[in-house]
Design a protein around this ligand. Structure first.
Ligand code: 9EZ
Length: 342
């Protein structure tokens, strides 16, 4: 019998097509609450973006569920632990957004360097204030990249073509990888002390939350400009505003916030030197198509008994293996952390 997949958030048509070649697909956008609980027992797979809240209750209702797919990166809307406990694989699509995220960070850097958003707003008000919007060139400046993973690396490559010097901090990356990108590796302190622009590209973890706080900002060059198009709170929001208002930090460009949708009282909205966008990193036609196709291919693979490429709760195992090993995840997780610390 053909396996069934339920889609409850809008995903790009190319992804739906991949699913339809192999599975019976039902698209019921916005399904939630009791209706979602009632529908789920019929399905082998559930695909969401960031809107549907896949709670423990939802997961419990999915008595046949083998896999939950997120068309995108963050899985904040999915109770991954609840899925793990029931042996359900959670997959995401972490690579399809990469270029879009890097291009947004790059665009924000240029926008900030030349005061483009501020100048646009001013001119649209009918004002012609050329003296207020004198900027700086990127050429010859040092770009600090904190987190040289997929997105950080693509940003570094683009910035290098603008003749920027790239200084990267990432405890998980090899000298060879940095070398290939034409980037120098430094400690976090070196990156802070030497950079003219600093862009963060780490995941949000206990270790990276407020990675850049008051003490770190104080180490920076006067006039440094920050970009956060990664995750809200990697740069402490209040510390960033304080440093901009004191004049020590020259500006910031922020796409992501600790609370989204943003609290209108968020301090970052207060300063003209801070430019903001509403979490647009993955908001391109290409990224949406990529992540929809990626997650569709993973769901098909897992339902056919093959391994997922990007399992959030246990890499590269089949659904069958996951059923047996899922309950042991927490202890493995702790062991892994101990090994990392050692
Ligand atoms: C942390 C990181 C990079 C980083 C990168 C990855 C889990 N994790 N953490 C601090 N994959 C730079 C600074």
């Amino acid at each position: 019998m053909t396996a069934r997949v339920l889609i409850t958030d809008p995903i790009a048509a190319d992804g739906v097509q991949v699913l339809e070649q192999h599975l019976q697909v039902d698209t019921r956008i916005g399904l939630k609450g009791q209706e979602l609980l009632d529908a789920l027992p019929d399905y082998d797979a559930l695909i969401v973006r960031s809107e549907t809240r896949v709670t423990a209750d939802v997961i419990r209702a999915g008595t046949k569920l083998q896999i939950i797919g997120r068309a995108g990166v963050g899985v904040d809307n999915i109770d991954v632990n609840a899925a793990t406990e029931r042996g359900i694989v959670v997959v995401n699509a972490p690579t399809g957004n990469t270029i879009s995220a890097a291009e947004l960070a790059f665009g924000l850097m240029l926008s900030m360097a030349r005061n483009i958003p501020q100048a646009h707003g001013s001119l649209k008000q009918g004002q012609w204030r050329r003296n207020e919007f004198v900027g700086v060139e990127l050429r010859g400046k040092t770009l600090g990249v904190v987190g040289l993973g997929r997105v950080g690396s693509e940003l570094a490559r683009r910035a290098a073509t603008f003749e920027m010097k790239i200084l990267a901090y990432d405890p998980f990356i090899s000298e060879a990888h940095a070398h290939n990108l034409g980037a120098e590796i430094g400690t976090l302190e070196e990156v802070l002390r030497r950079s003219d622009f600093i862009s963060v590209h780490t995941p949000l973890t206990d270790a990276t939350k407020s990675l850049l706080g008051p003490a770190e900002l104080a180490l920076c060059k006067p006039g440094v400009r920050f970009i956060n198009a990664a995750r809200g709170g990697i740069i402490d929001e209040q510390a960033l505003l304080d440093a901009v208002e004191s004049g020590h930090v020259g500006g910031a460009a922020v796409d992501v916030f600790t609370k989204e949708p943003i609290d209108p009282a968020n301090p970052l909205l207060k300063s003209d030197k801070i430019i903001v966008t509403p979490h647009l990193g993955a908001s391109t036609e290409e990224a949406q198509t990529n992540v929809a196709v990626d997650v569709a291919e993973e769901v098909v693979a897992v339902l056919q008994g093959r391994a997922a490429r990007y399992a959030v709760n246990l890499p590269r195992v089949t659904a069958e293996t996951m059923k047996a090993t899922g309950p042991y995840m927490p202890v493995s997780d702790i062991c892994g952390n101990v090994v990392t610390q050692l």
